[in-house]
Design a protein around this ligand. Structure first.
Ligand SMILES: [Zn+2]
Length: 365
C-alpha cells in the first residue's frame, strides 16, 4: 500500500481575513453560492460585502436547514443549479461544511470552507458525515478531493464560546496518539494509504502546540481576546489535527468516543470532550509511560477537558453500561483494530475504569 497525504489546496488563516475573501476565492469562481445559518450570515455578511464591493464577484446566500442529510443536500443542490453560481462556500460549523462539500462534489463545483468555530478537525477533510432527516448517523461520504480552500478568520473563531475551542483541543489531543498507534501497527490512514513522515510530524506538532499554548489560549478566549496562543491553537485544532487524523489514521481514542455515545448522559458533551477522555483510555490500554499519562492529565485539567466518567456526566457507573461502551468500541467496523495489538472488550472495559481511577486520583492530589 502506498503512502498518501491529503490536504486542502490552500489553508488560509488570519485575523480579520474574511474581508480579503475575494482575493482568495475569485480565482475559483465569480458567482458565489454561500451556505450558512441566519446567525452566521449576520456575522459574515458585512465583511464579505466589503470584500466584494467594486468587483465583478457576486454572492447569493442560502439558509441551511440544520441537518446534513440526503433531503437537505438534494434541496440545496437544486437551489444551486438554478442560481447560476460557480463556486460553493460553506460558512459555519461541521454540518454546514459537510453539506457544502457534498453539494459541491455532486455538481462538480469547487468548494471553500470557512469555519466560524474550531471545535473539531473536520474542516480540512475530504469527508462528509451524512445523517438521517431525524439526526441519526447514517454513513460517511468519502469524497475524491479535499476542499479547494479552507479560510479561517481567527477573530471570528476566537469570539465563539470558549468551550468550543477547548473541545477542539480535545479532538486535537488524540491525533498524535492515534497516528502513532497506526504507524506502529502499520495500519492504513483515512484516505486509503499508509502514513507519511509529514503526517506524523504534523500530528506531533499538533500535540506540542497544545502543550505549549493550550492553557494560555483557553484563558484568552474565556476573556474574549485573540492572542498569538489562540491563533496557534486554532491552527493546531483545524489544520495540524485535520491532516494528522486523516493522513495519520484513527485508532483507540475515536473508537472509545463512538462507544461512549451509547450512554445518554454523554450526549450533552461535545465530540472533542469525549475524544479527550478516549485519549486517556487509549493510553491506559497501551500501558503508556506514566510521564506521558501525567502530561495528558495535566493538560486536560489545565484547560478543563474531562478526565473521569463523572466529568462526562456519568455519575453512577453501571458496569453493564461501561461494558456496552467497550463492546461498541470493539465493533468490526471501528478503528480500535488499528491498535498495534489485539484488543477485546474486557481490555477496553478495564482501560476505561483504569483511566477513570487515574483521573479521580489526580484530582484528589
Ligand atoms: Zn474527531
Amino acid at each position: 500500500m502506498a503512502k498518501i497525504i491529503a490536504s486542502p489546496s490552500r489553508y488560509i488563516q488570519g485575523k480579520g481575513e474574511l474581508k480579503n475573501i475575494r482575493t482568495h476565492v475569485e480565482k475559483l469562481g465569480t458567482k458565489w453560492f454561500i451556505l450558512t445559518s441566519p446567525s452566521g450570515k449576520k456575522r459574515v455578511e458585512p465583511a464579505i460585502g466589503q470584500s466584494l464591493s467594486g468587483s465583478e464577484c457576486t454572492a447569493v446566500y442560502e439558509d441551511f436547514n440544520g441537518e446534513c442529510c440526503d433531503s437537505e443536500i438534494g434541496r440545496i443542490t437544486e437551489v444551486y443549479q438554478r442560481s447560476g453560481c460557480d463556486v460553493v462556500i460553506g460558512i459555519g460549523g461541521g454540518k454546514i461544511h459537510d453539506t457544502a462539500k457534498a453539494v459541491a462534489h455532486g455538481v462538480g463545483a469547487p468548494v471553500v470552507i470557512v469555519p466560524t468555530i474550531a471545535s473539531t478537525d473536520a474542516p480540512c477533510s475530504a469527508l462528509s458525515v451524512i445523517y438521517t432527516d431525524d439526526g441519526v448517523f447514517d454513513r460517511y461520504l468519502f469524497l475524491p478531493a479535499s476542499p479547494n480552500i479552507v479560510l479561517v478568520d481567527t477573530d471570528i473563531v476566537a469570539a465563539a464560546p470558549a468551550r468550543l475551542l477547548i473541545s477542539g483541543m480535545g479532538d486535537a489531543l488524540a491525533t498524535y496518539f492515534e497516528a502513532r498507534a497506526c504507524r506502529d501497527s502499520d495500519a492504513g490512514n483515512c484516505v486509503g494509504g499508509k502514513t507519511t513522515l509529514a503526517a506524523m510530524q504534523l500530528a506531533r506538532l499538533c500535540y506540542d502546540t497544545l502543550l505549549a499554548d493550550g492553557f494560555q489560549a483557553a484563558l484568552a478566549v474565556e476573556n474574549h481576546v485573540c492572542t498569538k496562543a489562540v491563533e496557534k491553537v486554532i491552527e493546531a485544532n483545524t489544520y495540524l489535527s485535520g491532516i494528522g487524523f486523516e493522513s495519520g489514521g484513527l485508532a483507540g481514542a475515536h473508537a472509545i468516543h463512538n462507544g461512549l455515545t451509547a450512554i445518554e448522559q454523554t450526549h450533552k458533551l461535545y465530540h472533542g470532550e469525549k475524544v479527550a477522555f478516549g485519549t486517556l483510555v487509549q493510553l491506559v490500554l497501551e500501558d503508556a509511560a506514566i510521564e506521558e499519562l501525567e502530561e495528558v492529565l495535566d493538560f486536560c485539567m489545565s484547560v478543563g477537558l474531562p478526565t473521569t466518567l463523572a466529568d462526562l456526566g456519568i455519575e453512577q457507573v453501571e458496569p453493564e453500561k461501561i461494558m456496552e461502551v467497550a463492546r461498541l468500541a470493539c465493533a468490526d467496523t471501528d478503528t480500535l483494530h488499528n491498535m498495534p495489538f489485539e484488543v477485546n472488550a474486557d481490555m477496553v472495559y478495564a482501560a476505561i475504569m483504569g483511566a477513570d481511577a487515574l483521573g479521580k486520583a489526580y484530582k484528589d492530589e
